[in-house]
Design a protein around this ligand. Structure first.
Ligand code: CMP
Length: 139
């Protein structure tokens, strides 16, 4: 299914706020197959590397801090047009601007605490999936 996958993380605040069940249900209702999923925790180095494209942006240090504050859930999701469809399902980066019924509207509280990450391209979906999951953890 190359080209038909995306990567997501349920962020520490959403996990702590017990939003995981709501998010997974939205993922299934959106027609995605969950090809891989695990609960884990990012080290500071992990978060810096994962978000290195944002290094130097004013929010980078806060982002690294919030992403390392507690456990996250990482997952690979599959369906036709996965990257674009998942970005529609999660809504705008800022929950205040996200459409009704989107994951970020339902579970996010601010731009920094926006419940989930979703890959922005097929290339990044591949890189981000490889960051977390060896082949034997994919189904
Ligand atoms: P995410 O999809 O995980 O990718 C980068 C994250 O940076 C983004 O979600 C937001 O949580 C966070 N962030 C904080 N401030 C900003 C901002 N001004 N613009 C974009 N992203 C931001």
């Amino acid at each position: 299914m190359s080209g038909n996958k995306t990567f997501t993380m349920i962020k520490p605040t959403a996990y702590k706020n017990k939003c995981t069940g709501t998010i997974i249900q939205k993922i299934y209702d959106g027609g995605f197959h969950i090809a891989a999923m695990k609960i884990t925790k990012l080290s500071k180095e992990d978060a810096q590397k994962f978000y290195e494209v944002h290094a130097g942006r004013p929010f980078y240090n806060d982002l690294v801090e919030s992403m390392t504050a507690g456990p996250i859930i990482a997952a690979i999701l599959e369906k036709e047009n996965a990257v674009e469809d998942y970005r529609k399902l999660i809504g705008a980066t800022n929950p205040a601007e996200a459409a009704e019924g989107t994951i970020r509207k339902m579970c996010g509280t601010s731009i920094g605490e926006n419940a989930v990450h979703g890959s922005d391209s097929e290339q990044n979906a591949e890189i981000e999936s490889n960051f977390f999951f060896p082949g034997r953890e994919r189904f």
